[in-house]
Design a protein around this ligand. Sequence first.
Ligand SMILES: [Zn+2]
Length: 268
Amino acid sequence: MPEGPSIVILREQAAGFVGKTIARAEGNSKTVDFDALAGQKVLDLRSWGKHFLIQTPAAALRIHLLMFGSYRINERKDSPPRLSLEFEDGEELNFYACSVKQIDPDLSVEYDWRGDVMSELWDPAWALKKLRAAPDMLVCDALLDQDIFAGVGNIIKNEVLFRIRVHPLSTVGALPAAKLRQLVAQAREYSFDFLKWKKAFVLKQHWLAHTKKICPRCDIPFHKGHLGKSKRRSFFCTSCQKQYPAAVALKPSRSDSKPRSQRTPPAS
Ligand SMILES: [Zn+2]
């Protein structure tokens, strides 16, 4: 699934369409008024988390590439497009196997860019506030929560938790304050590393945990599981990624060997 940084790359690749007028719109989306799009000028192209947004005076289009969506600029795939835009100069923007929704042209109605990890308006204090309001949430779910970290997907989740040495089944409220701030800071920092590596076609080479079998710090096998509410794949090391609070009911791991008195109590 394309994560926030990949949508930023799409936005940058499509930037040349800003200011152009749509000559023809078609596709197999059931929710778009294609006829009304013809003659509309593209005012702006934006991204919010995993959403790509095409703004015209009459409407805005929200495109979510879901699990298997793709796009082509001035090219077509063999499969029928969900949305195909042809411009007056003959250039084309085509989207496949994605979700397209027509939304209010005033994007501020639906979007607050303070919640988008890739935005210059990203507000870490706001993310911390939302996290503190959900102390029982597992950190593996918190990172994937688009209301807190718009743009973060499963790769970023796994790599951030490995970086900050936190077990995915830790609860938000049990993390020490400094760890929680690290979680928020790394959600953004890793996303920008992702963007830089993806542009250089070296993203996978930099994965330390995601899809990996051996922990590069401890040289022991990673654990793998479909964890949390989202049941997305987690790759983690039970030796160097600490669980907060220490697991009681779950199978004990080496990191649980501290005496009870040293364990971090849940936040009130
Ligand atoms: Zn390890």
